[in-house]
Write a new protein. Structure first.
Length: 552
């Protein structure tokens, strides 16, 4: 599965589908629409930075089975300065845009966090914070106007939906290849620690156009449950779809304002082994590409989810409104017992809400198969986002911006990482034997602003306020990783046809209408035919050609 909103928001524990934008940069090309393209990334090894191990190497407490990162339970007792000189030298404020989900953090004048980090950078970064749920709309407007900030965070899933993104990159952003390829990356040692595969995915137009933000884990989704509430009722963790639905019916009690689910359609698809590679493709036995909409597994998942809605097992606020705060309904109110979310939802929700409810115990449901045999888990281990540098800023500014990105990418064990992640001691965190614990002010002011204009060598933890989280996560992850779906197009960078991208959200909305009971299941075949005519067949031809040209 291509890097998705699910994986990006996995760091934050957020979900919901993003809106797709229309064609961008209409004046960039005389071509009326993009027909798509494919590139074999293995051919561009000479463009990649020379990878080095983190200089602050700290032995992990729990080993992750790759591509799962290692986990750390104990915070380093002694922190070091990873970067001795202030990266900013011009004093000229940097403009940057990043997303946020939930309340927007206060601006520079009202934020002790921004003031502290900017002081360390030497050159201030002025953030424009945009609602993550409408980030695509803002990107469309900016790209169409050819007006972007100096540093722009573009989530991976948005890249995949923007028609002719390679043309947009060439027009709007700097080519960073000569600044970071090979040993040139030594000028930015934190960036040199990023996995080579992450850099490989930052190639457009046969050049490096962005700094990647490597994935913290390969799983786009998990199904979480309030295990404390299950335990209180003597209910066990479900190990099959039948057990899940049985428990769901038992816990649903509208009179007590409790329902089993939020929208869990992605997990229902995973349980039915619906394909997920490259947004939903797989190969049939004859090596022909097949999209999920065309598979019997998708039809079965669709019918299963439709029945969940029909049986009244989904919280009515979720049914009625896209704006329902399912996170709070699950973690705070206990009005939802099973919630689909990115993996990162777990720690953040546990840490925040256990302060009010010490018995809170959020746990992931082990992945299982509703169709027999081993389970299947979608994979999303491409970069979760990319940081682009505005074109035309000049060589000295590019180098300064890369130094700032480098500072923001400092690893666990550094003073820089602690300030980036936890803010100022005494204001944003308190020091404990297990490490820094965030204060209420931190939850208000720190919205991963600097993280979203950087990357980092991915690790998990430590989290002293949730000491069992890292072992529990690694146990679940090391078991689940065995079932990652193989991607036939791994190593191929695909620019999907504009028509396919443009119809992606309309198609999903049509199937959502079926799931929610607003259209009959009998409409599925006609929706599939409409999808085929609106880019589906074109995409199939591109995927088949890409494999053929790669000799697969």
């Amino acid at each position: 599965m291509t890097t998705s909103r699910r994986n990006f928001l996995g760091l934050l524990g957020l979900g919901a589908a993003a809106t797709a934008g229309g064609p961008l940069l209409a004046g960039c090309s005389e071509k009326p629409a993009g027909t798509g393209a494919a590139a074999n990334l293995d051919k561009f090894a000479g463009l990649l930075p020379a990878q080095k191990d983190p200089a602050l190497g700290i032995s992990p407490d729990v080993k992750g089975t790759r591509p799962v990162p290692d986990g750390y339970v104990k915070y380093p007792g002694t922190l070091v300065d990873a970067i001795t000189d202030k990266p900013g030298t011009s004093g000229k404020a940097v403009t940057a845009m990043t997303p946020v989900w939930g309340p927007a953090p206060p601006g520079y004048q009202q934020s002790a966090y921004l003031q502290a980090v900017n002081a360390e950078l030497g050159t201030p970064v002025n953030f424009t914070i945009q609602d993550g749920n409408t980030y695509a709309d803002k990107l469309n407007a900016m790209f169409g106007a050819r007006d972007v900030p100096e540093l722009l965070c573009v989530p991976g899933w948005e890249v995949g939906k923007i028609p002719r993104f390679d043309e947009a990159a060439k027009v709007l952003f700097e080519d960073l290849t000569d600044y970071v390829k090979g040993d040139a990356v030594n000028a930015y040692p934190m960036l040199a620690t990023f996995p080579t595969g992450a850099w490989r995915n930052a190639i457009w137009n046969q050049r490096l156009y962005a700094v990647p933000n490597p994935s913290e884990g390969p799983f786009p989704w998990a199904l979480f449950t309030r295990k404390d509430l299950l335990d209180a009722r003597g209910l066990t963790m479900p190990k099959s779809l039948d057990e899940l639905l049985t428990v769901a019916k038992e816990v649903t009690d509208p009179a007590k304002k409790v329902w089993a689910f939020d929208d869990v359609f992605a997990m229902i698809q995973i349980y039915h082994k619906v394909p997920g590679s490259k947004q939903g493709w797989r190969l049939k036995a004859d090596k022909t590409p097949e999209f999920k909409y065309e598979t019997p597994e998708y039809r079965q998942a669709l019918e299963a989810m439709a029945k969940i809605y029909k049986d009244g097992l989904v919280h009515p606020d979720v049914v009625a409104s896209k704006g329902a705060d399912a996170n709070l309904l699950f973690a705070q109110a206990g009005s939802i017992i099973f919630k689909q979310a990115g993996v990162g939802f777990w720690q953040g929700a546990q840490a925040e809400h256990q302060k009010v409810n010490p018995k809170l115990n959020i746990q992931p449901v082990p992945v299982f198969s509703a169709a027999g045999g081993d389970p299947l888990m979608w994979r999303a281990d491409e970069p979760i986002s990319y940081t682009f540098v505005k074109k035309g800023v000049g060589k000295e500014r590019i180098e300064e911006l890369l130094r700032i990105i480098n500072w923001c990418s400092a690893p666990l064990g550094s003073q820089e990482a602690q300030l980036r992640d936890y803010g100022v001691e005494g204001k944003h965190h308190t020091k404990t034997p297990g490490g820094p614990v965030k204060t209420d002010l931190a939850f208000k002011e720190i919205a991963n602003q600097y993280f979203f204009i950087s990357g980092r060598n991915p690790v998990i933890g430590p989290f002293p306020d949730t000491p069992h989280f890292v072992p529990d996560l690694l146990t679940w992850s090391n078991e689940t990783v065995k079932y990652l779906e193989p991607d036939p197009w791994d190593g191929l960078k695909l620019e999907m046809p504009a028509a396919f991208k443009g119809f992606a959200v309309p198609a999903e909305e049509k199937f959502t209408d079926v799931v929610r009971g607003r259209r009959p299941v009998s409409d599925v075949d006609s929706i599939v035919q409409e999808w085929k005519a609106n880019g589906g067949e074109e995409a199939r031809q591109l995927l088949a050609k890409a494999l053929s040209e790669a000799g697969r």
